[in-house]
Ligand binder design. Structure first.
Ligand code: ZN
Ligand code: ZN
Length: 316
């Protein structure tokens, strides 16, 4: 795979029809690196100003974000490469590796925070009441909120697992940051120092959970998980609506590869139908499916009627 020599965005020919929006995804992922660096700087200053472990845990998350955004850029660049001899189905699955990598990073950071929280719980040091520190953290949180919204919106629009993972992860950070801000404020109000370590531990537990979920979802994609039942309904309806002249369809199988959806099935036609006629039906169904499911690649196997499996088929 020599993607470096190819243009970042190519219109891939049939059956990989449609334009690819990948240069945009890479740009957005590069933006994530920049945002994460700014946020890390702000959050580190907030931690130094207050000495709070909870704010430390918040800053550690930003380091994870920088690393994750770098991995995402790399994976998006690979997945932008068109299908080649070595990878005839394209490289779109590369994005799942980025998402798995991000999950592993989140889990590792969670353990780092747990260790820090434990040390602070055993040996609590009073926090400095620093309004500047809290304000810096608040600014960083607003920045993260805006950016996670951009990532999730564009990620869904372009069906990019790497961008959606990045956006979801960032939104999780926003929630924990808000919790931490409220909690650290409460430490100052009530003077209950252990709350700081407790908050950091809660953040870590949340990160363990979100990291695990990210890994699970991405492994689903790597393991060729089928489309959701709702999408399967759409697919079956689209096939049935365009199947005029055919008898039934069976063995509909689907799988995701990032923004690409692979659909294949058997189409039963009268055995004496001309090949050219059967082909017209296939093209009609393919077109309808590509309109219904963006980024789909359809593969149809035509069979004569004695191969019918009416018990398990979409009968027209
Ligand atoms: Zn069959
Ligand atoms: Zn054809």
């Amino acid at each position: 795979m020599r993607y470096a020599e190819r243009p970042a965005c190519v219109i891939i020919s049939y059956p990989f029809s449609g334009t690819c929006p990948l240069h945009k995804t890479v740009k957005l992922a590069l933006g994530s690196i920049l945002v994460a660096c700014v946020v890390l700087a702000l959050k580190t200053l907030a931690y130094l100003a207050t000495g709070s472990v909870a704010l430390f845990s918040d800053a550690v998350e930003s380091i994870v974000n920088i690393a994750a955004a770098c991995v995402a850029v790399f994976a998006l660049k690979i997945s932008a490469a068109p299908a080649d001899e070595n990878h005839p189905f394209g490289h779109t699955k590369a994005e799942y590796f980025a998402a798995v990598g991000e999950g592993v990073l989140i889990v590792a950071a969670a353990f780092l925070i747990l260790g820090e929280a434990y040390a602070s719980a055993r040996n609590p040091t009073p926090l400095n009441l620093s309004v500047t520190g809290l304000a810096l953290n608040a600014v960083a949180t607003v920045l993260n909120t805006l950016w996670s919204w951009v990532l999730m919106r564009k990620g869904r629009e372009w069906r990019s697992p790497a961008l959606i993972a990045d956006g979801r992860h960032l939104f999780g950070d926003v929630l924990t940051s808000l919790g931490i801000l409220v909690g650290v404020g409460l430490v100052f109000l009530t003077g209950w120092q252990s709350l700081d370590a407790l908050l950091a531990a809660c953040v870590a537990v949340y990160m363990l959970w979100s990291g695990w979920r990210l890994i699970r979802d991405s492994v689903g994609g790597l393991m060729d998980e089928a489309v959701s039942p709702a999408t399967m309904e759409l697919i079956k309806n689209a096939i049935a609506a365009q199947a005029d002249g055919a008898i039934e369809a069976h063995d509909v199988r689907t799988r995701y590869a990032g923004r690409r959806t692979f659909i294949e099935f058997h189409l039963i036609v009268p055995g004496d139908m001309k090949v050219s006629q059967a082909h017209i039906i296939c093209d009609r169904i393919e077109l309808a499916l590509q309109r219904e499911i963006a980024g789909s690649t359809v593969h149809i196997h035509v069979e004569p009627e004695h191969k019918a499996k009416p018990a398990d088929a979409i009968v027209f």
